[in-house]
Design a protein around this ligand. Structure first.
Ligand code: ASP
Ligand code: MG
Length: 408
């Protein structure tokens, strides 16, 4: 007998038919002798619909009220799933975040979980009931108001509850079969991975592989929760996200990721003296814009430097404006913006112990005549900024070069 936490995403509970399928699967899991807690997302499209309605009523709807509004999507689907389970002869209760003891900070629309008092969940489980939890929400520690955890937050609810309950497994049911070596829509011989480490998954999640909310992976890593990503449409074995092991280190590159949500900004002829970069990036940070890749090089005249960096595309115009003002203030040169860029990355824990990985990546891009505009690395990742129109070509070439199509 095991304690299993399952999470069903928006498409998994996207219709009455889907809710019937999911309820049946939850029931079968319980009938095998397991205790089951299932976290659900709002039905597909529901959260977007609620946001749209609020925006039709107000240009900047208050965040406290947005949280109350958006939390209702998950309440609806949790109640519907529990209603179905009771209909087919399983005992189930639906619960909100508050009822599950999920306490967060008070940052509306992107709250962080601070603690979970799982007493009530345990009581229901001990009663032989299945617990269905409305994902993506909690209650603020200081105000007692409803908070939500940011887009995709039900993943984090699921992994956090699995950690609090010390569950044996956290299964994340979605509309894809698992984590692939590259986007299968671009690379037709992309391969589903049997397992991947938390740290690799974190890099992939931050690179725009939107299968899991990053924070859920952080939780998994911190509390060592085994996470299985799988499809509620096929119920085939998926990808296990787990602790790094020796075997994983042998594999140099686990996956190729790409992210088109990029824009590159450049400010020329900035004085080469202490504090100037600090001033520029302070200003950008104050406006809540995340900077990713940064490159600084000496200008032609050798007395000043040119600084370029990337930001999410939605923030590019705002960043451009900030730079234009700064350029006047700092007596710097021209400011430019390029939104036709993309980031391609290779990720793998084996990189740490294998030399020549970067060289191979750059050579592969060079062979395809793709120019690299910026580079960043971490211990287990190398990213290159390229022209957006070459994204697919680059991803396919790298997937081939590192032979990711082969069973490793
Ligand atoms: N319903 C929320 C969203 O669409 C949370 C989630 O699905 O995880 O982002
Ligand atoms: Mg999701």
């Amino acid at each position: 007998m095991a304690l299993i936490v399952q999470k069903y995403g928006g498409t998994s509970v996207g219709s009455i038919e889907r809710i019937k399928v999911v309820a049946q699967h939850i029931k079968e899991t319980a009938e095998k002798g397991n205790k089951v807690v299932a976290i659900v997302s709002a039905m597909a499209g529901e959260t977007d619909k609620l946001i749209k309605m609020a925006k039709e009523l107000s240009k900047r709807p208050s965040e406290r009220e947005m949280d109350l509004l958006l939390s209702s999507g998950e309440r609806i689907s949790s109640a519907l799933v529990a209603i179905r389970l009771n209909e087919i002869g399983a005992k189930a209760v639906a619960m909100t975040g508050r009822q599950c003891g999920i306490v967060t900070d008070e940052i509306h629309t992107k709250a962080r979980i601070k603690s979970i008092d799982a007493k009530r969940i345990f009581e229901h489980l001990d009663n032989g009931e299945i617990v269905i939890v409305a994902g993506f929400q909690g209650i603020s520690e200081t105000t007692g108001d409803v908070t939500t955890l940011g887009r995709g937050g039900s993943d984090t609810t699921a992994v956090a509850i699995a950690a609090a309950l010390k569950a044996d497994m956290c299964e994340i049911y979605t509309d894809v079969d698992g984590i692939y070596t590259a986007d299968p829509r671009i690379v037709n011989n992309a391969r589903k991975l049997d397992k991947i480490s938390y740290s690799e998954m974190m890099e992939l999640a931050s690179l725009g592989a939107k299968v899991l909310q990053i924070r859920s992976v952080e939780f998994g890593m911190k509390y060592n929760v085994p996470i299985m990503v799988l499809s509620s449409f096929t119920f085939n074995p998926g990808t296990l996200v787990t602790k790094e092991d020796k075997e994983m280190e042998k594999i140099v590159v686990s996956g190729v990721a790409h992210d088109k949500n990029q824009a590159r900004l450049k400010i020329n002829k900035v004085k080469d003296e202490p504090g100037v970069a600090a001033k520029i990036f302070d200003e950008i940070a104050k406006n809540n814009i995340n900077v990713d890749m940064i490159v600084q090089n000496v200008s032609d005249d050798g007395k000043t430097t040119d600084i370029s960096f990337t930001v999410p595309r939605d923030d590019a115009d705002k960043a451009f404006e900030i730079l234009q003002n700064l350029s006047k203030e700092l007596n710097a040169g021209e400011v430019s913006i390029n939104k036709d860029v993309a980031k391609v990355s290779i990720v793998g824990v084996g990189m740490r112990s294998h030399p020549g990985v970067a060289a191979k990546m750059f050579n592969t891009l060079a062979t395809e005549n793709i120019n690299i505009r910026a580079i960043t690395t971490s211990e287990i990742k190398i990213s290159c900024l390229i022209d957006e129109k070459y994204t697919e070509l680059a991803v396919r070439a790298l997937h081939d070069a590192f032979e990711l199509y082969k069973e490793q």
